[in-house]
Write a new protein. Structure first.
Length: 378
């Protein structure tokens, strides 16, 4: 299987400025209230979210109680671009740092799903989904997913080798389970930390060439792994990436977490700085209260994307809104179809390498991925 030649930002995070550029983070406010922590250096913390609601019952099993989102941290670093370079791909420039705090009360856990656990969602029409309900031990549906394969570092000096088949991605118990592990890794060759035997294997799945959509609601119910150096993500890339490259294709990070921040989800957009091919991102963060870890249970991560705005949610709590107007000094690249990716990276410039506290194997469990369009569309 050929290696995808995505151009990924080799991101260096510093307080208030990008790699070789000026600070220009414009994190959007959460729902129903004012923005949280200010963007860039010296920003203050935002207002904390309200109390959590009780879990909504799924099909036979009650959902986990939703934890309240707290304010965004002052001048928090934005997430790294995922684009991923093939061998020889050049790294892009980093986006600026900063994050929006969450506002308003936290809702029910897994609020994106219908109360009966089905894919029905009022006001939306399901256009694509994978419920991962195949036999235990089976591979993902090849009509919906393909694998990225290789250990090139993916433009971010990542340490894992992505495999295909069921070695690191398998359907089990009604979930897709992506496993990052050390077992058998040394039989593969990786570019980092220096060219030689790999230290880790994992999987990266994408719907490129199988499914893409412009506008709608994109959501997944996921339990993420935990540990320093782990970098799980649920994200999207513009379907025109093979003709315009990254970041001109656009990138939307719906769920992005690094192991050193187990309670924090990063929601980001990557696009070029105006008049350049350099990455300039917009980022917000959602933080669970009371040191509750995202990996302790399943959470629903979603964006609602229209021509006017892209809104980011965790468990149906709106914590970030970005629009063409907030993308000052940037080229808005979110007006064409995007495809979906799921992966667990290990190491890289954003999360750093695993250390003595990190245990393996680590798994990301995905209950389902669903895509909708508004019921009044068209």
């Amino acid at each position: 299987m050929r290696l995808r030649r995505y151009l990924l930002s080799a991101t260096l995070f510093v307080w208030g400025c990008s790699s070789g550029g000026s600070a220009n983070k414009d994190a959007g406010p959460g729902a129903g209230g004012q923005a949280g922590g200010g963007a860039g250096q010296g920003g203050t913390s935002g207002t904390a979210g309200g109390a959590a609601g009780s879990g909504t019952a799924g099909s036979g099993t009650a959902g986990t109680n939703g934890a309240a989102g707290t304010s965004g941290s002052a001048a928090g670093a934005g997430g790294a671009g995922h684009g991923g370079a093939g061998a020889g791909g050049a790294a892009g420039h980093a986006g600026a740092s900063g994050a929006a705090g969450t506002t308003g009360a936290a809702g029910h856990a897994d609020a994106g799903a219908a109360s009966d656990g089905s894919a029905a969602l009022p006001g939306w029409v399901l256009t694509w989904s994978d419920e991962f309900d195949g036999p235990d031990g089976s591979a993902v549906d090849p009509t919906k997913w393909v694998h990225d394969v290789g250990g090139t570092g993916w433009g971010n000096q990542e340490l894992e080798y992505y495999t295909d088949g069921t070695q690191n991605a398998v359907v089990t118990g009604g979930n897709l389970v992506i496993t990052a592990t050390t077992a058998g890794a040394s039989t593969y060759t990786c570019a980092y930390p220096s060219s030689g035997p790999c230290r880790y294997t994992s999987a990266r799945l994408l719907t490129q060439g199988k499914f893409s959509q412009q506008y709608g609601r994109f959501e997944a119910r996921i339990q993420i792994p935990e540990g320093q150096g782990l970098w799980p993500a649920f994200w999207m890339l513009g379907a025109n990436i093979d003709t315009v490259n990254w970041p001109s294709c656009g990138e939307t990070d719906i769920m992005e977490n690094i192991g050193s921040q187990p309670s924090v989800n990063h929601g980001s957009l990557h696009m070029p700085a105006a008049g350049t091919s350099n990455d300039s991102q917009l980022t917000g963060m959602y933080t669970l209260a009371n040191n509750v870890k995202l990996g302790d249970g399943f959470h629903t991560y979603a964006v609602e994307w229209s021509a006017a705005a892209i809104r980011f949610y965790v468990d149906d709590v709106l914590y970030e809104t970005q629009t063409p107007a907030t993308a000052t000094n940037r080229t808005w690249e979110f007006d064409h179809p995007f495809f979906i990716l799921l992966n667990v990276a290990v190491g890289g410039q954003f999360p750093g390498a695993p250390d003595g506290t990190t245990t393996f194997p680590q798994t990301m469990k995905v209950d389902w991925v669903r895509v909708y369009q508004p019921s009044d569309a068209g």
